[in-house]
Design a protein around this ligand. Structure first.
Ligand code: PLP
Length: 469
């Protein structure tokens, strides 16, 4: 080991070099930078690296040996003592259970499908073309290059009507919801779909905003039942999450009528709007009334949830307040990532990636439906026209047994009941599993489906035998 590798800082003060070296070595051992048993450099080389006398190093080592920090044996050099206490451990957390081998939890694309090459090419182009100013400012509104690219893309693909000024870049839908909750305040609750993402309900609650459930059926949320006193309604019009149907056109109109009447805001979570398989995408509701609806978009389903990039298309009246809520400086979304996404969109790479993901997901979805139809006929597969997940409707009373059997067979998945709003009234959705088919790597997908079929056969069979005995 060379002296430089120890990263010792003897400072420039006037104290003795010997004392400074002793202190620096003690610190390095205490902080764990020098682990027990580590061989220290010979006197001569550390002295040369630090620009001090050889004897100073020898004295310092001898002192630390005497104190018990180091050990020295003839012929084997000086080492960090084994018995030096390790730095205090962090808080003890219960060990997480090992992940199940087949990940069919809804929500994420296959991380192995991230388009590394095209993304790198976009990053290279973006960084080459970026003005110096891009590396000097932190604009909470978002890079203008990205906002322009989004206006073009969202108009073409989602029927969104907006301008660069009305787009605010953010760090995903979650961040957008936090910002909107802050801007709209806590006085009025939000209406949310009776089946929805618990995480989103939780973050509204964390911001002090109450939520009121609106029933969901095969035509999506019953928007005629949105309470007049709600400040906003959070909807998933393209693909109700998680039950899977598109919001019926009359229900869309109903949501906007409610907004006009009550002065409330429609918040459209367009989380997987591009990923539709059997016909043209259902356009965004926002395009029907850009002054009453906010569209939330994100690359979490199309590219990766790890990028933490999203956008809000806002009514003109809300832009300043939302930008102000982000603070004076952009807190999260890196300018280089924003520029890269702009280049990725502008070159057509995003369209190509979405097309290729659509093909891949459609194939997986078809395989899931075919395997289940052949092997577990008691299960109905629904909600499969779009997105990354399907709902497997189960016979009444079987959800818990199916989930337990899935875990026994190494399949991670979730039941529909876990998405239901705790205050939801009225008839519950039939029992079901929410099965994500996009996450497993290609080589594991067949085995994951086998395990799922075995689990369902076992889970449903257990109930049949229980009810027949
Ligand atoms: C219903 C729904 N909306 C939006 C998102 C995207 O959230 P974010 O952009 O915060 O990753 C997700 C999860 O990926 C989701 O399940």
């Amino acid at each position: 080991m060379l002296g430089n590798d120890l990263h010792l800082d003897l400072g420039t003060g006037g104290g003795s070099r010997r004392a400074a070296l002793i202190t620096a070595l003690r610190e390095a051992v205490r902080e764990g930078r020098l682990a027990p048993g580590t061989l220290l450099p010979p006197y001569r080389s550390l002295a040369a690296d630090l620009g001090i006398a050889r004897n100073t190093v020898a004295d310092a080592y001898a002192e630390l040996v005497a104190e018990g920090w180091l050990t020295s044996r003839q012929g084997s050099g000086t080492r960090v003592a084994d018995r030096v206490a390790a730095p205090a451990p962090g808080p003890v957390r219960p060990a997480a259970p090992p992940p199940l081998p087949y990940d069919l939890v809804q929500g994420r694309p296959d991380p192995g499908a991230f388009p590394r090459g095209p993304w790198l090419a976009a990053a290279r182009r973006a960084l080459t073309d970026a003005p110096h100013e891009a590396f000097g400012t932190r604009d909470p509104h978002g890079r203008i290059e990205l906002r322009r690219a989004l206006v073009e893309y969202l108009a073409r693909v989602r029927g969104v009507r907006t301008t660069p000024e009305r787009i605010v870049v953010c760090s995903g839908a979650a961040h957008a919801l936090r910002l909107l909750a802050g801007v709209l305040g806590t006085e009025r609750p939000w209406a949310v779909e009776a089946y929805g993402l618990p995480f989103h309900r939780g973050l509204l609650a964390g911001a002090g905003v109450g939520t009121v459930p609106v029933a969901v059926d095969e035509d999506g949320a019953r928007t005629g039942e949105i309470p007049p006193g709600a400040g906003a309604v959070l909807l998933t019009p393209a693909h109700q999450f998680p039950t899977g149907g598109p919001l019926h056109p009359e229900r869309r109109a109903g949501a906007l009528e409610w907004a006009r009447r009550s002065g409330g805001l429609v918040v459209e979570d367009d989380y997987d709007g591009e990923l539709r398989y059997d016909r043209r995408p259902v356009g965004a509701l926002q395009g029907l009334d850009p002054e009453r609806a906010v569209l939330l978009g994100s690359v979490s389903k199309s590219l990766s949830p790890a990028l933490r990039l999203g956008w809000m298309c806002l009514p003109a009246a809300l832009v300043d307040a939302v930008v102000a809520a982000k603070g004076e400086r952009e807190p999260y979304a890196s300018a280089t990532d924003q520029l890269t996404l702009a280049a990725f969109l502008g070159s057509g790479a995003y369209d190509r990636h979405v097309r290729s993901m659509r093909r891949r997901h459609r194939e997986r979805r078809d395989r899931l439906a075919a395997v289940l139809a052949a092997r577990v006929p008691g299960v109905r597969v629904t909600g499969i026209a779009a997105g990354l997940h399907a709902v497997l409707e189960l016979p009444p009373g079987t959800e818990a047994a199916a989930l337990a059997a899935a875990a026994r067979h190494g399949v991670a998945t979730e039941g529909l009941a876990s998405y239901r709003h705790p205050d939801a009234r009225g008839p519950a959705h039939p029992d079901g599993l929410v099965v994500g088919y996009a996450t497993p790597p290609e080589r594991l997908y067949g085995a994951a489906l086998d395990a799922l079929c075995e689990a369902l056969t076992e889970g449903l069979g257990a109930r049949r035998s229980a009810s027949s005995s």
